[in-house]
Design a protein around this ligand. Structure first.
Ligand code: SF4
Length: 371
């Protein structure tokens, strides 16, 4: 089945429950187990929200990966953004970044001190602010994976066409394929299959995952976000694991094409080039980010204002790095739900609406309340 008519049909859910149980028994019979990783933060949230882990047979683990853009943004980036605000620039950011801890404080705390830090829903608002405040410098915090990169670059394209000269980007763009490469060569991490992200795949295409199946023998299923999408995705991964095969299965073919979105990819190619960047908890990964091409230096906040993004100091007690690599589940962090809660987060995984710790805290709490 490639296309699900009723995304929340109980009869179809029961079909997947039974199928997963059957495949789990086959896996155990063959003396194998499985560890799959969901790469995308929206999947993490949907898996927790819909209780998908409750469908997994014994011997099958589903761990979260580094697909929450806010969670993997280095604390030094927050420090740099606050420094720009302190220097009188208007900082514009998506709301998720506001409470992410930097080394000294969060953007929300800096805003409380009186600095001009605006939380917006769309990057287009940054362009509008720059247009309506021509005497001030507006810096947009360009944080995100390929899904976000494409519309931000489209916004920049619009700003350039309109000759808006007081807008720049502080980039923390991230690319999914290089971080998957980094995870697969880490001997401390076991991954038998990737539940590949949905929205990112709509940009980069399902073919981007072929190397992981062909070279690393890792099963790949591109999945949507509905509960039945995810169940079907996990079933696809388990089928490959039981059969001892690895290939790319594009379950989300109602949205994702093999080659992605050529228009978005073309725009990104014109404006951006890959660059080595630092990931919170994962370190520096070659070619895992994007920076503006050299002919766009005027729009690069680091070049325009002569700053470097410092390395930053994460809270040493926070285990977000281990969570983001799938090495531990959030509840295995000793601070989870005790010293670290969504109200008083110590790490970004508890801040973001796509963070693993926030997802587990929120939905495990709901489950406890309902029992
Ligand atoms: S529970 Fe809090 S301190 Fe622990 S890993 Fe998650 S965000 Fe970090």
């Amino acid at each position: 089945m490639n296309y699900i008519e009723g995304f929340r049909d109980p009869a179809v859910a029961a079909h997947y429950r039974d199928s997963l149980a059957r495949l789990g028994a086959e896996l155990a019979h063959g003396g194998k187990d499985a560890c799959f990783m969901e790469v995308c933060g929206s999947h993490t949230m949907a898996i927790a929200r819909f209780g998908i882990r409750g469908f997994l047979p014994s011997g099958v683990r589903l761990v979260s990966g580094p697909g929450c853009p806010v969670c993997v943004t280095d604390p030094g980036y927050v420090d740099a953004a606050i420094s720009l605000a302190e220097a009188g620039r208007i900082i514009v950011t998506f709301g998720d970044m506001m409470r992410v801890p930097g080394s000294r404080s969060t953007l929300a705390q800096a805003r409380a001190m009186g600095y001009a830090i605006e939380s917006v829903y769309s990057s287009a608002t940054a362009m509008e602010l720059a247009r309506t405040h021509p005497d001030q410098e507006v810096v947009f915090l360009a944080v995100g994976f390929e899904t976000t990169v494409a519309p931000v670059v489209a916004m920049l394209d619009g700003a350039i066409r309109q000759r808006i000269g007081n807008l720049s980007l502080l980039t923390a763009f991230k690319r999914v394929p290089p971080v998957l490469d980094a995870l697969l060569v880490d001997p401390g991490i076991r991954i038998d299959g990737f539940l590949c992200p949905a929205h990112v795949s709509a940009i980069i295409g399902a073919d981007a995952y072929r190397p992981y199946a062909a070279t690393h023998g890792v099963a790949c299923v591109v999945s949507g976000f509905e509960p039945l999408d995810i169940l079907q995705g996990v079933e696809g991964l388990l089928q490959q694991r039981v059969a001892g095969r690895a290939f790319v299965d594009n379950q989300y073919n109602r949205v994702v094409r093999p080659g992605g979105n050529p228009q978005a990819l073309g725009l990104m190619e014109r404006y951006l080039e890959p660059v080595e960047v630092s990931w919170r908890g994962l370190g520096v990964i070659p070619a895992s980010g994007f920076k503006l091409r050299s002919h766009l230096a005027d729009y690069d906040a680091c070049i325009r204002f002569g700053i470097d993004i410092p390395s930053g100091r994460p809270n040493p007690r926070c285990l977000c790095g281990e969570v983001l690599k799938g090495k531990i589940m959030p509840s295995e962090c000793g601070l989870f739900g005790v010293a670290c809660t969504p109200e008083k987060p110590l790490g970004p995984c508890m801040v973001s609406s796509e963070g693993s710790c926030a997802a587990e805290y929120r939905f495990a709490s709901l489950k406890r309340r309902d029992e």
